[in-house]
Ligand binder design. Sequence first.
Ligand code: ADP
Ligand code: ADP
Length: 225
Amino acid sequence: MAQVVLREVVKTYGNLYAVNHVSLTVEDGEFVALVGPSGCGKTTTLNLVAGLMPISGGDIYIGDTLVNDLDPKDRDIAMVFQNYALYPNKTVFQNLAFPLKMRKLAKPDIERKVMEAAKVLDIVHLLKRLPRELSGGQQQRVALGRALVRDPKVFLMDEPLSNLDAKLRVQMRSELKRFQRDLSATVIYVTHDQLEAVTMADKMAVMSGGVLQQYDSPAQVFDNP
Ligand code: ADP
Ligand code: ADP
């Protein structure tokens, strides 16, 4: 089943077509990297899928659901940003538990889900710490964990590794990829870093000036630029 479908999606700001009739299908379990130069419309496209701004035209489906008019919280997605946006005064456990508390899960269920996510991301030993007591890579894992506990259909990531130093960035690339593979997670991943896209993505969506120029495997994109 196709998980995310964009059909002729448009976002305008006045006369500017930030996203210009973009159509693409992200299959279930696929990792798609959205790439292109600064200002080409990557973040806007991702934010439209997330429901963070109104769409100007076209349709977006997540699973079988037309989500054009759905609130972000009703879209079955989880977002991961470059600034991890962890709660500074909550422990790692509380940070992970927060989205589940909001959904009013029972305490034992919250504890079980938090432990599952913490194991996947290898942060069990950090659960009692505060964010400021963590390294950048550990904070990024917590941010991933907070997305993971929601059991979303789709992960939307906007440059999630760009605040990490070069070495850690490379390490987290493979961790993120393993995590995605283990879960067969559907991921749409915005990056301006071609190498990052090539090492992780099943497909690359190459944008330029709001238009989708190419949508193919990394090998195809580099053979036919
Ligand atoms: P990014 O690194 O994510 O591409 P940008 O510098 O493009 O960041 O944009 C940062 C923020 O400013 C975003 O929330 C974006 O929506 C907003 N923004 C970008 N360009 C404009 C603009 N021309 N007018 C108003 N807001 C803008
Ligand atoms: P990217 O993520 O590829 O850097 P964006 O999606 O942030 O690009 O921006 C696409 C285009 O839309 C850019 O020209 C940007 O300046 C413009 N833009 C983004 N947000 C706004 C906004 N809130 N108001 C006006 N223009 C915006």
